[in-house]
Design a protein around this ligand. Structure first.
Ligand code: FAD
Length: 478
């Protein structure tokens, strides 16, 4: 296994055990659902990886347990789904329950006439799951449960790795992990301004903050650190990075709160499972309520810009016109907006001279051209020959110029401090002056990952800015 950050290494630490909390009864049914989705098939062939691929059953350890672990991640985004899954697994462990959910699929002409789900023949179980996949049952969202189970299982099966970063399935299906040489800079570009709270303790945090020029007071009674600064930026993504750089340059003492961790090119492993877990919001598991769409967003220093595909499309004239006229936002018709776009494109090194196209883009181009559609190339914030199939797990060649290697570097050079592993939780709002209804924001409380019963409160701020597209973008001025 090549060198990478321990958090991105992959493999399950055995001593960790499983925390999914499903009982043996639940697991028994889940295992037979996994077997239904991926049954063992007789296959005699000299190609060992292929033979093993076909003969493996989804019910084999550790697939159901690891699938169940992943299932638990949905708790954050669709909390109502998990009790339902547990209930359905439980029901399917009884004969009458199986009859209720599977209908005639579980009947046979000999004793005991009604079978439990795990006793039903494979073909019938498959038919039954297929019927769930199209179910339009108003009182029980069987289709949603099917989608959830299928997604958790297959994602686990194909993305899990051992401690060496290998998955035996990959050879059989021809999947290869990106192993191109990584850029190994001598110095991590943001190190000077970084406080990684995961590595801090009660005794070191104050010192680290002081060393970065921040005044801190500790309120032991309230479990609170109060940090004084001019500006707090929540989120270090595309918006946050630019705001932090501009404000720091204009002389403000800026703190950036980032709930994700900091990684550089040499840290990346390009492994799907661990990279999604560490670099994405909710570990990449954030479906819409109906389970039909998965929402992806970066959650690491640099936000989306650290894991996105580097396509840089300037706001088209027609859109700027619509925003300014229909939505009465004159800024978008102004030269200020165009010049801001120019500045951003310049700083992140946008080029339209891409001479190497990714495989998927080549396929897309060919398909579009073959049906007569006009295809244009998209500009990117990377070098002209940057061809990357794994930038969504972090750019290992360091070619992509995300916020983490551009705007945040500028911010840090001008004294900004980035607190990683630090999640903003609440804005402190106070009544406005002179009896106005508008509230003023005087600070933000945040929880650091090293100790959850402590809070960090940044106060005496002149401006607080939260900039992340997914949870709404607001700017508050005191
Ligand atoms: C896989 C992928 C590919 C993409 N490809 C492209 C592309 O090619 N071209 C393109 O233009 N766009 C692309 N995008 C979209 C683009 O990256 C986003 O639109 C952009 O990053 C949004 O910027 P932002 O500042 O609003 O938020 P983000 O860049 O998402 O940054 C938000 C940051 O805030 C942090 N955060 C959130 N809540 C808190 C909190 N409470 N406390 C502390 N920190 C917090 C997050 O961890 C994150 O780091 C892609 C997105 C993804 C996920």
């Amino acid at each position: 296994m090549e060198d990478c950050h321990p958090l991105l290494r992959g493999g399950r630490r055995k001593e960790k055990g499983y925390s999914h909390g499903l009982s043996t009864t639940h697991m028994h049914v889940l295992a037979s659902i996994c077997d239904t989705l991926f049954p063992s098939i007789q296959f005699n062939n000299e190609n060992q990886p292929l033979s093993s691929f076909y003969t493996t059953s989804g019910s084999q350890f550790p697939f159901p347990d690891e699938g169940a672990e992943l299932l638990m991640l949905f708790k954050r985004s669709v909390p109502e789904a998990l009790p339902l899954v547990k209930w359905i697994l439980r029901i399917l462990s009884f004969r009458l329950g199986t009859l209720l959910l599977c209908g005639t699929y579980c009947l046979q002409w000999k004793w005991p006439f009604v079978l439990k789900f795990s006793e039903i023949a494979l073909e019938k179980r498959q038919e039954m799951l297929k019927s769930w996949s199209n179910a339009k049952c108003w009182w029980l969202p069987l289709r949603d449960v099917f989608v959830l189970l299928k997604l958790s299982f297959f994602y686990t099966l194909f993305s899990r790795t051992d401690e060496n970063g290998n998955n035996p399935m990959w050879k059989a299906i021809g999947y290869k992990v990106d192993t191109r040489e990584k850029l190994k800079p001598k110095k991590r570009p943001l190190q000077e301004g970084l406080i990684e709270t995961t590595h801090e303790t009660d005794s070191t945090l104050i010192q680290s903050l002081n060393e970065k020029g921040l005044e801190v007071t500790e309120d032991e009674e309230k479990n609170l650190y109060k940090i004084k600064c001019d500006v707090v930026v929540v989120g270090s993504g595309c918006g946050g990075g630019v705001a932090a750089a501009v404000l720091a340059k204009s002389g403000h003492k800026v703190i950036i709160l980032e709930k994700g961790e900091y990684f550089v090119s040499q840290d990346y492993s390009s492994l799907e499972n661990s990279s999604m877990g560490e670099l994405y919001e909710s570990g990449g598991i954030m479906p819409t309520i109906d389970g039909k769409t998965m929402i992806l967003a970066g959650s690491t220093v640099g936000g989306g810009s650290a894991i996105n595909w580097a396509a840089c499309v300037r706001t088209p004239d027609s859109v700027m016109k619509e925003w300014s006229e229909k939505y009465k936002l004159p800024l978008f018709a102004s030269s200020d907006y165009r010049s801001a776009m120019d500045s951003v494109c310049k700083r992140i090194g946008v080029t339209d001279k891409c001479n190497k196209e990714s495989f998927q883009n080549q396929v897309l181009r060919k398909g579009c051209e073959s049906i007569g559609l006009k295809v244009e190339s998209v500009s990117v914030n990377a070098s002209a020959d940057h061809y990357c199939g794994s930038c969504n797990y972090g750019c290992r060649t360091g070619d992509k110029k995300g916020t983490d290697s551009t705007w945040l570097v500028d911010a840090v050079e001008n004294g900004a401090v980035i607190l990683t592993g630090c999640k903003a939780e609440k804005f402190i709002l106070q009544d406005g002056k002179n009896g106005t209804k508008r509230k003023n924001c005087s600070g933000v409380t945040a929880a650091a990952s090293w100790k959850t019963d402590y809070e960090i409160q940044t106060s005496e701020t002149t401006f607080i800015s939260t900039l992340f597209n997914l949870f709404g973008a607001i700017s508050l001025k005191t």
